[in-house]
Design a protein around this ligand. Structure first.
Ligand code: ADP
Ligand code: MG
Length: 254
Protein backbone atom coordinates (compact mmCIF):
# COMPACT_ATOMS: atom_id res chain seq x y z
CA UNK A 1 0.00 0.00 0.00
CA UNK A 2 1.33 3.49 -0.82
CA UNK A 3 2.06 5.62 2.24
CA UNK A 4 0.22 8.46 0.53
CA UNK A 5 -2.48 8.44 -2.08
CA UNK A 6 -4.00 11.56 -3.52
CA UNK A 7 -7.17 11.13 -5.56
CA UNK A 8 -8.57 13.84 -7.79
CA UNK A 9 -7.59 16.59 -5.41
CA UNK A 10 -8.97 20.03 -6.20
CA UNK A 11 -8.64 23.22 -4.21
CA UNK A 12 -10.49 26.37 -5.12
CA UNK A 13 -9.79 29.40 -2.93
CA UNK A 14 -12.54 31.97 -2.44
CA UNK A 15 -14.75 30.25 -4.99
CA UNK A 16 -12.55 31.38 -7.89
CA UNK A 17 -8.80 30.59 -7.62
CA UNK A 18 -8.27 27.04 -8.83
CA UNK A 19 -5.00 26.30 -7.00
CA UNK A 20 -5.18 22.52 -7.53
CA UNK A 21 -7.03 20.92 -10.37
CA UNK A 22 -7.82 17.20 -10.23
CA UNK A 23 -4.41 16.03 -9.00
CA UNK A 24 -3.89 12.30 -8.44
CA UNK A 25 -0.72 10.52 -7.35
CA UNK A 26 0.60 7.73 -5.18
CA UNK A 27 3.72 7.93 -3.06
CA UNK A 28 5.47 4.78 -1.90
CA UNK A 29 7.20 4.50 1.44
CA UNK A 30 10.83 5.63 1.24
CA UNK A 31 10.47 7.89 -1.77
CA UNK A 32 12.09 11.33 -1.89
CA UNK A 33 9.49 13.08 -3.98
CA UNK A 34 10.35 16.55 -5.18
CA UNK A 35 7.57 18.87 -6.33
CA UNK A 36 8.60 21.54 -8.82
CA UNK A 37 6.70 24.30 -10.56
CA UNK A 38 6.59 28.04 -10.89
CA UNK A 39 5.53 30.26 -8.06
CA UNK A 40 1.74 30.04 -7.79
CA UNK A 41 1.53 26.60 -9.45
CA UNK A 42 0.00 25.00 -6.33
CA UNK A 43 2.97 23.36 -4.59
CA UNK A 44 2.24 24.75 -1.12
CA UNK A 45 -1.47 24.11 -1.48
CA UNK A 46 -0.79 20.47 -2.35
CA UNK A 47 1.41 20.06 0.68
CA UNK A 48 -1.02 21.79 3.01
CA UNK A 49 -3.98 19.75 1.80
CA UNK A 50 -2.14 16.57 2.80
CA UNK A 51 -2.48 17.27 6.51
CA UNK A 52 -5.45 19.58 6.03
CA UNK A 53 -3.85 22.83 6.99
CA UNK A 54 -5.82 23.75 3.88
CA UNK A 55 -9.27 22.17 3.39
CA UNK A 56 -9.51 20.53 -0.03
CA UNK A 57 -12.51 21.51 -2.14
CA UNK A 58 -12.85 18.04 -3.68
CA UNK A 59 -10.99 14.77 -3.83
CA UNK A 60 -9.35 12.53 -1.28
CA UNK A 61 -6.09 12.21 0.61
CA UNK A 62 -5.22 8.84 2.10
CA UNK A 63 -2.29 8.53 4.47
CA UNK A 64 -1.35 4.93 5.16
CA UNK A 65 -4.91 4.00 4.21
CA UNK A 66 -6.53 6.58 6.51
CA UNK A 67 -8.84 8.96 4.68
CA UNK A 68 -7.45 12.26 5.95
CA UNK A 69 -10.14 14.22 4.13
CA UNK A 70 -12.85 12.44 6.12
CA UNK A 71 -10.94 12.20 9.39
CA UNK A 72 -12.45 13.27 12.70
CA UNK A 73 -10.48 15.85 14.71
CA UNK A 74 -8.98 13.04 16.79
CA UNK A 75 -8.01 10.97 13.73
CA UNK A 76 -6.53 14.07 12.13
CA UNK A 77 -4.44 14.73 15.24
CA UNK A 78 -3.05 11.19 15.04
CA UNK A 79 -2.24 11.55 11.34
CA UNK A 80 -0.51 14.89 11.93
CA UNK A 81 1.66 13.31 14.59
CA UNK A 82 3.00 10.92 11.98
CA UNK A 83 3.85 13.69 9.51
CA UNK A 84 6.70 16.10 10.25
CA UNK A 85 6.86 19.55 8.70
CA UNK A 86 9.80 21.71 7.67
CA UNK A 87 9.04 25.32 6.73
CA UNK A 88 10.41 27.81 4.24
CA UNK A 89 11.13 30.41 6.91
CA UNK A 90 12.06 27.84 9.56
CA UNK A 91 9.27 28.93 11.97
CA UNK A 92 11.52 28.82 15.02
CA UNK A 93 10.77 30.71 18.22
CA UNK A 94 13.58 33.17 17.66
CA UNK A 95 14.15 34.16 21.27
CA UNK A 96 14.12 30.61 22.60
CA UNK A 97 17.11 28.30 22.72
CA UNK A 98 17.81 25.84 19.96
CA UNK A 99 17.17 22.98 22.37
CA UNK A 100 13.77 24.37 23.44
CA UNK A 101 12.81 24.76 19.80
CA UNK A 102 13.70 21.16 19.07
CA UNK A 103 11.85 19.95 22.17
CA UNK A 104 8.73 21.78 21.03
CA UNK A 105 8.51 19.25 18.20
CA UNK A 106 7.39 16.86 20.87
CA UNK A 107 4.38 18.95 21.96
CA UNK A 108 1.31 16.81 21.99
CA UNK A 109 3.20 13.98 23.60
CA UNK A 110 4.25 15.81 26.77
CA UNK A 111 2.96 18.65 28.90
CA UNK A 112 1.43 20.92 26.25
CA UNK A 113 2.98 24.25 27.27
CA UNK A 114 6.28 23.65 29.02
CA UNK A 115 7.73 27.11 29.47
CA UNK A 116 10.88 25.91 31.21
CA UNK A 117 13.34 23.41 29.94
CA UNK A 118 13.37 21.33 33.12
CA UNK A 119 9.72 20.48 32.58
CA UNK A 120 10.68 18.28 29.65
CA UNK A 121 11.50 14.72 30.71
CA UNK A 122 15.24 13.93 30.62
CA UNK A 123 14.67 11.25 28.02
CA UNK A 124 13.16 13.87 25.67
CA UNK A 125 16.10 16.19 26.21
CA UNK A 126 18.38 13.27 25.31
CA UNK A 127 16.44 12.67 22.12
CA UNK A 128 16.54 16.35 21.23
CA UNK A 129 20.31 16.35 21.68
CA UNK A 130 20.61 13.24 19.55
CA UNK A 131 18.58 14.90 16.80
CA UNK A 132 20.75 18.02 16.97
CA UNK A 133 23.82 15.77 16.73
CA UNK A 134 22.26 14.19 13.70
CA UNK A 135 22.09 17.50 11.87
CA UNK A 136 25.56 18.49 13.03
CA UNK A 137 24.74 21.33 15.44
CA UNK A 138 24.78 19.73 18.86
CA UNK A 139 27.15 22.44 20.10
CA UNK A 140 24.50 25.10 19.38
CA UNK A 141 21.91 23.63 21.75
CA UNK A 142 22.09 26.48 24.25
CA UNK A 143 22.31 29.28 21.69
CA UNK A 144 19.32 31.48 20.97
CA UNK A 145 17.69 30.41 17.72
CA UNK A 146 18.16 33.82 16.11
CA UNK A 147 21.92 33.70 16.71
CA UNK A 148 22.21 30.92 14.14
CA UNK A 149 22.75 31.27 10.41
CA UNK A 150 19.86 30.45 8.07
CA UNK A 151 21.26 27.04 7.23
CA UNK A 152 21.72 26.20 10.89
CA UNK A 153 18.19 27.39 11.69
CA UNK A 154 16.78 25.10 9.05
CA UNK A 155 18.77 22.20 10.49
CA UNK A 156 17.09 23.01 13.83
CA UNK A 157 13.80 22.86 11.93
CA UNK A 158 14.70 19.38 10.72
CA UNK A 159 15.76 18.25 14.21
CA UNK A 160 12.43 19.54 15.54
CA UNK A 161 10.51 17.55 12.91
CA UNK A 162 12.50 14.44 13.87
CA UNK A 163 11.18 14.66 17.44
CA UNK A 164 7.91 13.21 16.13
CA UNK A 165 9.65 10.17 14.66
CA UNK A 166 7.75 11.05 11.50
CA UNK A 167 6.95 8.47 8.86
CA UNK A 168 6.76 11.27 6.33
CA UNK A 169 8.27 14.76 6.20
CA UNK A 170 6.66 17.60 4.27
CA UNK A 171 9.21 20.27 3.42
CA UNK A 172 7.81 23.35 1.69
CA UNK A 173 10.66 25.13 -0.09
CA UNK A 174 13.01 24.43 2.82
CA UNK A 175 16.01 26.04 1.13
CA UNK A 176 14.51 28.90 -0.86
CA UNK A 177 15.75 31.40 1.75
CA UNK A 178 19.30 29.99 1.55
CA UNK A 179 22.20 30.35 -0.86
CA UNK A 180 23.11 27.37 -3.09
CA UNK A 181 26.00 26.02 -0.99
CA UNK A 182 23.93 26.23 2.18
CA UNK A 183 21.00 24.60 0.39
CA UNK A 184 23.08 21.47 -0.09
CA UNK A 185 24.15 21.49 3.55
CA UNK A 186 20.45 21.34 4.52
CA UNK A 187 19.14 18.99 1.84
CA UNK A 188 21.82 16.40 2.46
CA UNK A 189 20.36 15.88 5.95
CA UNK A 190 16.92 15.27 4.51
CA UNK A 191 18.56 12.86 2.09
CA UNK A 192 20.33 11.07 4.92
CA UNK A 193 17.10 10.77 6.94
CA UNK A 194 15.36 9.43 3.85
CA UNK A 195 18.04 6.83 3.18
CA UNK A 196 18.86 5.76 6.72
CA UNK A 197 15.41 5.80 8.30
CA UNK A 198 13.34 5.18 5.20
CA UNK A 199 11.34 8.31 6.01
CA UNK A 200 9.25 9.37 3.04
CA UNK A 201 10.06 12.93 1.99
CA UNK A 202 7.89 15.35 0.02
CA UNK A 203 9.87 18.43 -0.78
CA UNK A 204 8.91 21.51 -2.79
CA UNK A 205 11.93 22.96 -4.57
CA UNK A 206 12.21 25.83 -6.98
CA UNK A 207 15.48 24.93 -8.66
CA UNK A 208 15.71 22.00 -11.01
CA UNK A 209 19.35 21.20 -10.30
CA UNK A 210 18.45 20.60 -6.64
CA UNK A 211 15.35 18.63 -7.63
CA UNK A 212 17.44 16.38 -9.86
CA UNK A 213 20.16 15.95 -7.29
CA UNK A 214 17.93 14.95 -4.35
CA UNK A 215 14.69 13.58 -5.76
CA UNK A 216 14.17 9.90 -6.38
CA UNK A 217 11.10 11.05 -8.30
CA UNK A 218 9.87 14.42 -9.48
CA UNK A 219 6.39 15.75 -10.08
CA UNK A 220 5.65 19.09 -11.69
CA UNK A 221 2.63 21.32 -11.24
CA UNK A 222 1.53 24.01 -13.64
CA UNK A 223 -1.51 26.15 -12.82
CA UNK A 224 -2.66 23.49 -10.34
CA UNK A 225 -2.39 20.59 -12.77
CA UNK A 226 0.01 17.68 -12.58
CA UNK A 227 1.98 17.92 -15.83
CA UNK A 228 4.90 15.61 -15.07
CA UNK A 229 5.46 12.55 -12.89
CA UNK A 230 8.65 10.60 -13.40
CA UNK A 231 12.33 10.13 -12.79
CA UNK A 232 14.71 13.08 -12.48
CA UNK A 233 16.57 11.81 -15.55
CA UNK A 234 13.39 12.04 -17.63
CA UNK A 235 13.22 15.82 -17.43
CA UNK A 236 14.98 16.94 -20.59
CA UNK A 237 15.21 20.46 -21.95
CA UNK A 238 11.80 20.30 -23.65
CA UNK A 239 10.07 19.01 -20.54
CA UNK A 240 11.73 21.66 -18.58
CA UNK A 241 10.51 24.46 -20.83
CA UNK A 242 7.04 22.99 -20.65
CA UNK A 243 7.13 23.18 -16.85
CA UNK A 244 8.77 26.56 -16.50
CA UNK A 245 7.97 28.32 -19.76
CA UNK A 246 9.56 31.72 -20.16
CA UNK A 247 11.15 31.61 -16.73
CA UNK A 248 13.18 28.55 -17.68
CA UNK A 249 16.49 30.37 -17.60
CA UNK A 250 15.96 31.79 -14.17
CA UNK A 251 15.46 28.42 -12.51
CA UNK A 252 18.52 26.87 -14.04
CA UNK A 253 17.90 25.20 -17.40
CA UNK A 254 21.18 24.50 -19.15
P1 ADP B 1 3.13 27.71 -4.89
O1 ADP B 1 3.40 27.16 -3.55
O2 ADP B 1 3.47 26.77 -6.01
O3 ADP B 1 3.76 29.06 -5.09
P2 ADP B 1 0.43 28.12 -3.90
O4 ADP B 1 -0.13 26.81 -3.53
O5 ADP B 1 0.93 29.00 -2.81
O6 ADP B 1 1.54 27.93 -5.02
O7 ADP B 1 -0.67 28.98 -4.67
C1 ADP B 1 -1.43 28.44 -5.74
C2 ADP B 1 -2.48 29.48 -6.15
O8 ADP B 1 -3.41 29.65 -5.07
C3 ADP B 1 -1.92 30.87 -6.43
O9 ADP B 1 -2.69 31.44 -7.43
C4 ADP B 1 -2.13 31.59 -5.12
O10 ADP B 1 -2.22 32.98 -5.33
C5 ADP B 1 -3.43 30.99 -4.64
N1 ADP B 1 -3.53 30.97 -3.16
C6 ADP B 1 -2.69 30.36 -2.32
N2 ADP B 1 -3.11 30.49 -1.04
C7 ADP B 1 -4.24 31.22 -1.10
C8 ADP B 1 -5.17 31.69 -0.10
N3 ADP B 1 -4.99 31.44 1.19
N4 ADP B 1 -6.23 32.39 -0.53
C9 ADP B 1 -6.43 32.67 -1.83
N5 ADP B 1 -5.61 32.23 -2.82
C10 ADP B 1 -4.53 31.53 -2.46
MG1 MG C 1 4.67 27.84 -2.06
Amino acid sequence: MPVLEIRNLTKIYDGRVRALDDVSLKVQRGEFLVVVGLSGSGKSTLMRCINRLVEPTAGQVLFDGVDVTAASPEELRLVRRRIGMVFQHFNLVRRSSVLTNVLSGRLGYVNPWPSLLHRFPAVEVERAMANLRRVGIEEKAEARADELSGGQQQRVGIARALMQDPEMILADEPVSALDPATSHSVLRYLEEINREDGTTILCNLHFLDLARRYGTRIIALKAGRLIFDGLPSEIDRDRFREIYGEEAQEVGVS
